[in-house]
Write a protein that binds this ligand. Structure first.
Ligand code: XMP
Length: 514
């Protein structure tokens, strides 16, 4: 296995993701959990030291166990990891005034060969990389030499090739380092990995971890009907069978026909023990008059917990709670490892429930990105039609209805959304789009239909492409498609007389409207 030592960077998971793409098995361990003994037990074949928000010049800042450097295995340090290596191996790092963020170009040091760590790189003489650091190395540790530099980073790439130690100041794991994957691949090839590990392996490993964690306990799972909770449920079902009970809380904020589909899928197709809680009245009355997005999210989250607790009590409780939390939810919702990330939105599927109910969390997808969850779902035999579904947020249509939520607006929204999705399917575009939906706007506008005046709601179509939901761009529909869709919505959906297309990317927008 390959060990990733996490120093708290927001992009540590991306290292793991890149390695999984290369079919390499890796484990992330926070630096605090590692000591010399644990390290020897893990017996990694190679180690990657992640970036992190701290400064190695600060007393008490994170370090790697010293034994790591005596294991005789290749080590790659990234950003903070590079600085840790220099600090612990006898080099020097300076704080402050060398902050560098964003794009940079690295060129190889004179005389360097184009194989090994450089294989397939520097075709145009330089590589674009993404820098993000405040400190920098000022003196190399013994045995190291510079193998690549950038105008502002004389130690951009350094190596002690005899020991298989490499360190880079930039982040090879992010998209903004276009050939970063090749850099990581070169490192793991040098470390002797062949890349024979697959999603089937991940499934077995995940099942084993769930069994280890759950023992003889019982697990409850909140099913939303989305891909994430479905895959989590299928995986846990495989691990613990009938000791899993799923609760589907129908909050009245589902899309057209969705509740029935979910129940049919899980009860009939997967033979899961499923409780269907029809609670739309409770949710919609609590949301009456609420227009603030965070209040909506929190209200839904609170009621969700209430309903869930009631249903859990009815079946006599359970020790574990399963959630389909994905990695992007983790970093967008909470400050990961105490780092400086801010709360953009309160994703209601993270936090709250387990502490209150005295349950332990089972989150088997916590390390995965959406496309990996889909691959795992396929591996578990879920139908493609289900796995390919666009993501749907826990708070449902509530966050696609800016302003106050009414049953009337929800009905209109459901119909318009169904027409939009039908259009997308008819044109064969569904699988090219990450997520598509309609938002009903809190504004009425004047129109003319036939000989009459209308005064109805405006709506916005939203369709985006994305790889992981963390960044997104609007989908470039043809004008014909947009025109045809607008006509259909206005003709087929009473209550809407104006259709707009949202062409905001993320960032600066978000995918949902709230
Ligand atoms: P945003 O709007 O933050 O959405 O760009 C990114 C992705 O996350 C989904 N989303 C949620 N999913 N609970 C969820 O399970 C939530 O509270 C939630 N909020 C947003 C959103 O649909 C998109 O796919």
């Amino acid at each position: 296995r390959l060990l990733i030592v996490d120093f708290g960077s927001q992009v540590t998971q991306l290292i793991a993701r890149r390695l999984r793409e290369l079919n390499i098995y890796c484990e992330i361990h926070p630096y605090q959990t590692l000591d010399d003994d644990v390290l020897r037990q893990l017996a990694p074949r190679a180690v990657i030291l992640s970036g992190g928000p701290d400064s190695v010049t600060r007393p008490g800042s994170p370090r790697a166990p010293q034994a790591l450097f005596d294991l005789g295995v290749p080590v790659l340090g990234i950003c903070y990891g590079q600085q840790v290596m220099m600090e612990q191996l006898g080099g020097a790092v300076e704080a402050g005034h060398h902050a560098e963020y964003g794009r940079a170009f690295v060129t190889p040091a004179p005389g360097h060969r184009d194989d090994g760590i450089f294989a397939g790189l520097f075709r145009d003489g330089r590589e674009e990389v993404w820098m993000s650091h405040g400190d920098r190395v000022t003196r190399l540790a013994p045995g190291f030499q510079v193998i690549g530099t950038s105008p502002n980073a004389p130690f951009a790439m350094i190596a002690d090739e005899a020991r298989g130690f490499y360190a880079v100041q930039f982040h090879p794991e992010v998209h903004h380092t276009p050939n970063g994957r090749t850099m990581l691949e070169n490192f793991v090839r040098l470390a002797g990995f062949t890349g024979d590990w697959t999603m089937a392996g991940y499934r077995d490993e995940a099942v084993r971890r769930i069994r280890d964690q759950v023992g003889d306990g019982r697990v409850l799972c909140a099913l939303s009907g989305g891909v994430d909770s479905s895959v989590a449920a299928a995986l846990i079902h495989e691990a613990v069978g009938d000791r899993l009970t799923c609760v589907f809380v129908d909050h009245g904020l589902m899309r057209q026909g969705e509740a029935d589909e979910v129940v049919a899928m899980f009860r009939d197709h997967m033979n899961l023990h499923l409780i269907h809680a029809e609670e739309s009245d409770r949710f919609l009355s609590a949301l009456d008059g609420v227009s603030d997005p965070e209040t909506k999210r929190k209200t839904i989250g609170r009621l969700f917990i209430e309903v869930f607790e009631e249903k859990a009590a009815q079946i006599g409780g359970a020790e574990f709670l399963a959630q389909g939390t994905l990695y992007p939810d983790v970093i967008e919702s909470v400050s990961f490892t105490g780092g400086p990330s801010v709360t953009i939105k309160s994703h209601h599927n993270v936090g709250g429930l387990p502490e209150k109910m005295g349950m332990k969390l089972v989150e088997p997808l916590r390390e995965l990105f959406k496309d990996e969850v889909r691959a795992l779902g396929r591996e578990l035999g879920l139908p493609d039609s289900f796995i390919g579904r666009h993501p749907f947020p826990g708070p449902g249509l509530a966050i696609r209805c800016p302003g106050e939520i009414t049953r009337e607006k929800l009905d209109i929204l459901r119909k318009a959304d169904a027409v939009f999705i039908d259009q997308i399917r008819r044109h064969g575009l569904y699988d090219d789009i990450w997520q598509a939906f309609v938002a009903i706007l809190p504004v009425k506008t004047v129109g003319v239909m036939g000989d009459g005046r209308t005064y109805d709601y405006a709506c916005a179509l939203r369709a985006v492409t994305s790889v992981d939901g963390m960044t997104a761009d609007y989908y470039p529909f043809t004008h014909d498609f947009l025109g045809e869709t607008a006509t259909r919505i206005i003709n087929e959906v009473k209550g809407i007389n104006r259709v707009t297309y949202d062409i905001t990317s993320k960032p600066p927008g978000t995918i949902e409207w709230e």
